[in-house]
Design a protein around this ligand. Structure first.
Ligand code: SAM
Ligand code: SF4
Length: 337
């Protein structure tokens, strides 16, 4: 199938939204323990429950055959999964055959050794998560990472020709003073910067109410100092973008808490164990692994039809001091950020 051909049975949910974007969490494990994402003592899934690459390829193939054009590998940290580049290469071979874009979200710690391989496999753009440029603070936020490794990885990725977008979770009292310097740093190196609001996913040990920083407030603060021009650019994700005249770069805002982007949601998420989550903020799910293991491709396609019937209309995250528990008990690293 050429990338322009429309499939016979596209994935369209009951609200008429076409599912064109699949995010695959290839592992729930990670070499960091970011304070907003994981607890210090995370229990990880047993390796035997994790989908094999053959199963991931079969599931991704079924999505692509039904009109999914964009696949993002995420986690956990995708680049810590053993032999991950085998999967990257096999999915990369589908680019131009239904798949338009293969991309990855990474913490950058392993990027130095994989950047070239990603580029050769057909990856063009990557997201690197980085919340601070201060080595000490980096250590505190990630609980164990080394800023230097990430910066080396970013350089390697740029040398390999990969376009990079930096994702930064904005946290009051933690890194909110670093936003302007981060923007100058990223834009000065031809990278976009996207700010993300912290989401209440899983128990992590961070006080989410106190550190929650509405991006509307940040937008106001920044627009007093910088001239923004709204961009139409959509990358198949929920971010809204502006061009910043003073730096010549692009700034994105992902505002799941204060802005509802569900009406244009085009995505679903596959966990490392083959659960398909239909919404980041809801529990609706089904097991594609069980379907595929029980009945191969026909059963997998039947499960995808079922998935289109249960995709919820939207999430209803709320932050409430009287209800300190997370809105959704599973961590971002399980569902795939
Ligand atoms: N390990 C990779 C990384 O950090 O880029 C990929 C997985 S990580 C779960 C994907 C993204 O989710 C990262 O940009 C991270 O900052 C973000 N994230 C994790 N937990 C979050 C939360 N509770 N609220 C908002 N963003 C979160
Ligand atoms: Fe790991 Fe990414 Fe979660 Fe940080 S945000 S703990 S790097 S999965």
């Amino acid at each position: 199938m050429s990338s322009l051909a429309l499939p016979d049975n596209p994935l369209i949910d009951r609200y008429g939204r076409r599912i064109s974007y699949l995010r695959i969490s290839v592992t729930d494990r990670c070499d960091f323990r970011c304070v907003y994402c994981m607890s210090e003592d995370m229990a990880f899934l047993p390796k035997k429950d994790i989908l094999s690459f053959e199963e991931v390829e079969a599931i991704a193939g079924a999505f692509i055959a039904r009109g999914t054009t964009k696949v993002r590998l995420t986690g956990g940290e995708p680049l810590v999964r053993r032999d991950i580049m085998d999967l990257v290469r096999s999915l990369g071979a589908r680019i131009g055959h239904g798949l338009e874009e293969l991309t990855i979200t990474t913490n950058g710690s392993q990027l130095a050794r994989h950047a070239e391989g990603l580029a050769v496999a057909g990856v063009r753009r990557i997201n690197v998560s980085l919340d601070t440029l201060d080595p000490e603070r980096f250590r505190e936020i990630t609980r164990r990472g080394r800023l230097e490794d990430v910066l080396t990885g970013i350089e390697a990725a740029q040398s390999a020709g990969l376009e990079i977008k930096i994702n930064m979770v904005a946290m009051r009292g933690i890194n909110d003073e670093e936003i302007e310097p981060m923007m100058a740093w990223a834009h000065g190196r031809h990278m976009g910067l996207t700010l993300i609001e912290g989401m209440p996913l899983g128990e992590v040990g961070l006080d989410r109410v106190d550190t929650y920083l509405p991006l509307r407030e940040l937008h106001e603060r920044l627009s007093r100092r910088y001239s923004f021009t709204k961009l139409d650019k959509r990358t198949g994700g929920p971010a809204r973008y502006v061009h910043v005249a003073e730096t010549g770069g692009t700034l994105g805002f992902i505002t799941p808490m204060s802005h509802n982007f569900c009406e244009s949601c085009n995505r679903v998420r596959l966990t490392a164990t083959g659960q398909l989550f239909l919404c980041l903020g809801q529990d609706d799910q089904l097991s594609l692994r069980d379907a595929y293991r029980a009945g191969g491709l026909p059963a997998l396609n039947a499960a995808l039809d079922q998935a289109m019937l249960i995709k919820p209309k939207g999430h209803d995250f709320i932050l409430d001091r009287t209800r300190p528990e997370p809105a959704v008990t599973r961590h971002m690293s399980v569902t795939g950020g």
